[in-house]
Write a protein that binds this ligand. Structure first.
Ligand code: MN
Ligand code: MN
Length: 417
C-alpha cells in the first residue's frame, strides 16, 4: 500500500511538473505557436535563413512576407497573389489591355480581371459578352455607350473613381477622351471570362453573307464593300463629339434606361470615416444596375489595419491602387499565409476565410475589394467577440472580461496604429 501511495504521489508530482512545463511552453510560444516551430525567430542557426541559390533580387524583395513569413503562419493555401505588372500587354494602335483570368490565377473562380488603357480617341470596339462587366476608372476620362434589352441607349462620360456596369449580353463600347485618354480595371463576374475573346461587331459582319447584311439593314449590298474583314478590338478613332451631341444622337422614344449604368464611387459618401482611413461601398442598393458585383474602396493611413474579418457572401478579389499592403489569409486546418501587395497587384481571399490588411508602407494605401454579389457584407471579429457573452469569451481566450470590454464594439473597419 505504501508503495502504491508513493507511486500516486510521484505521479501527482510529475503531473504538477507537466502543468508548469506546459505553461512555460505556452508563454514562450506566444506568437510562435507551431510544432515544430516555424519562422525566422526559431532559426537559431542563422544559415537556416540565408538563400545562397539563384534568385532575382528585384523580384524577391517584393515579397518580404513570402521570404520570411511571420512565425504564426502555418500550412499552405492556394496562391492568392497575382498581378497585372507581369501580365502581357496586347498593344494595338489606340490602346492596350492585359488580363489575369482563372487560367493564370487558379483560385480566382468568381472574377476575371482586365487592365485597359485607351488613348484619347482610342476605341474599344462595339462588343458584348457572356459575363457581366464591372469597371473602376483609375485614370483620365472615358466615354461609355451601352444599349439595354429594351432598346434604350445610354451614353455617359466617366472619370477617375467612377464605375460602370454592363449586364451580361448588353452591347457596349468604350472610348478614351481628351487630353490623355484613360485607364481602368474591368472585373467580369466569371473567373474564366477573357477580354481577348469577346463578341465583336466587326467579326459578325465579316462572317455574315453580304446579301443577308443588305436585307437585314435594308440597304444595298455595296454599302458593306469596305467593312473590315478582321476585327479591330482596339483601334485609334477620332475624338467623339460633345457628350450632349452623342446622347441626342442615340435618343429613343422609349427614353433612357431606368437606372444609370455608371456611378461615381470616388465622390460618394464613405460608409465609415475613421482616423485610420475610410471605406466607400457601391452595391446594388445604391448602384442599382450592379446586380452581380459589389465593391468596397478602402483607404488606409500608414500603419492602419483593415480589421480582422471575413465575407459570408462571396470571395474577395482585391486590386491594389496605391501603397503597400500585407494580408494574412486564415483557413481551417489551421492554415495561415501572409503575402505582400503593391500597386497593380491582385489578391484573392475565399469566402468565409479570415483576413486582415495592414498598410506596411509610409504613404496612404488604397485598394478595391470586389465581390461577385449584389451586396457588400462582412463579419468583424471584434464585433463578434464583443457581442458574445463576455464570460464565455473570457474563458475561451483566457483574457479577462475588463479587457474584452475595451475591444471595439462598432465594426470599425479600419483601426489606426
Ligand atoms: Mn466589354
Ligand atoms: Mn475583406
Amino acid at each position: 500500500m505504501t508503495k502504491v501511495s508513493r507511486r500516486n504521489m510521484l505521479t501527482a508530482t510529475a503531473a504538477g511538473a507537466m502543468v508548469t512545463a506546459v505553461t512555460t511552453a505556452r508563454a514562450s510560444s506566444f506568437g510562435n505557436p507551431d510544432e515544430p516551430p516555424q519562422g525566422a525567430i526559431n532559426a537559431k542557426n542563422r544559415q537556416s535563413l540565408t538563400d545562397p541559390g539563384p534568385q532575382d533580387r528585384v523580384l524577391a524583395t517584393q515579397f518580404p512576407s513570402a521570404q520570411s513569413p511571420p512565425p504564426t503562419d502555418v500550412g499552405d493555401l492556394p496562391q492568392f497573389w497575382a498581378s497585372f505588372n507581369n501580365a502581357p500587354r496586347r498593344i494595338q494602335n489606340g490602346g492596350w489591355a492585359r488580363q489575369v483570368t482563372q487560367a493564370d490565377f487558379a483560385i480566382s473562380e468568381t472574377i476575371s480581371g482586365v487592365n485597359m488603357r485607351l488613348a484619347a480617341g482610342g476605341i474599344r470596339e462595339l462588343h458584348w459578352h457572356l459575363a457581366a462587366e464591372w469597371a473602376y476608372m483609375t485614370y483620365g476620362k472615358c466615354r461609355v455607350t451601352v444599349l439595354d434589352d429594351k432598346g434604350r441607349a445610354y451614353v455617359s462620360d466617366v472619370k477617375e473613381g467612377d464605375l460602370w456596369y454592363f449586364p451580361a449580353g448588353f452591347p457596349h463600347s468604350l472610348q478614351g477622351l481628351a487630353p490623355d485618354g484613360c485607364e481602368f480595371i474591368i472585373c467580369f463576374d466569371d473567373g474564366k471570362a477573357s477580354e481577348f475573346n469577346t463578341t465583336l461587331v466587326t467579326d459578325w459582319l465579316a462572317h455574315t453573307p453580304p446579301e443577308i447584311l443588305a436585307e437585314n439593314f435594308g440597304v444595298p449590298v455595296g454599302a458593306f464593300s469596305k467593312i473590315p474583314l478582321h476585327n479591330l478590338w482596339i483601334f485609334q478613332g477620332k475624338l467623339p463629339a460633345a457628350l450632349a451631341t452623342d446622347q441626342k444622337a442615340v435618343e429613343e422614344p422609349g427614353g433612357l434606361p431606368p437606372s444609370p449604368f455608371t456611378f461615381s464611387l470616388g465622390s460618394s459618401e464613405p460608409v465609415r470615416q475613421m482616423k485610420g482611413g475610410e471605406v466607400m461601398v457601391a452595391d446594388s442598393s445604391i448602384f442599382t444596375v450592379s446586380k452581380t458585383i459589389a465593391v468596397g474602396l478602402v483607404t488606409q493611413r500608414p500603419g492602419a489595419l483593415r480589421e480582422m474579418h471575413w465575407h459570408p457572401n462571396a470571395d474577395e478579389w482585391a486590386y491594389w491602387i496605391k501603397g503597400k499592403g500585407r494580408v494574412t489569409a486564415f483557413e481551417t486546418g489551421p492554415k495561415a499565409v501572409t503575402l505582400d501587395f503593391n500597386p497593380g497587384d491582385i489578391g484573392y481571399v475565399k469566402r468565409n476565410n479570415g483576413h486582415y490588411v495592414k498598410n506596411v508602407g509610409d504613404t496612404d494605401m488604397q485598394y478595391l475589394e470586389v465581390f461577385r454579389s449584389s451586396y457588400y457584407a462582412d463579419v468583424s471579429l471584434s464585433d463578434w467577440l464583443t457581442h458574445s457573452p463576455p464570460e464565455m469569451v473570457a474563458q475561451t481566450l483566457n483574457i479577462d472580461e475588463a479587457t474584452i470590454a475595451k475591444f471595439p464594439k462598432d465594426r470599425p473597419l479600419v483601426m489606426s496604429e
